[in-house]
Design a protein around this ligand. Structure first.
Ligand SMILES: [Zn+2]
Length: 53
């Protein structure tokens, strides 16, 4: 029996691989925060070149 990756309880067949809809939501939120946490890549060379006079 698989365990819920969020809380470690036995997974529910209705919410696999999670134990409940709540843990499923928590995992989704984690995943979304990971996506939105990606830092905006700003090329430093170009900006530095323009600012120099
Ligand atoms: Zn859980």
């Amino acid at each position: 029996m698989a365990k819920c990756p969020i809380c470690g309880k036995p997974a529910s067949p209705a919410h696999r691989p999670f134990c409940s809809a709540r843990c499923k939501q928590i995992d989704l939120n984690r995943w979304l925060s990971e996506v939105y946490r990606v830092p905006a890549e700003t090329p430093p060379s170009e900006d530095d070149d323009k600012s120099s006079d």
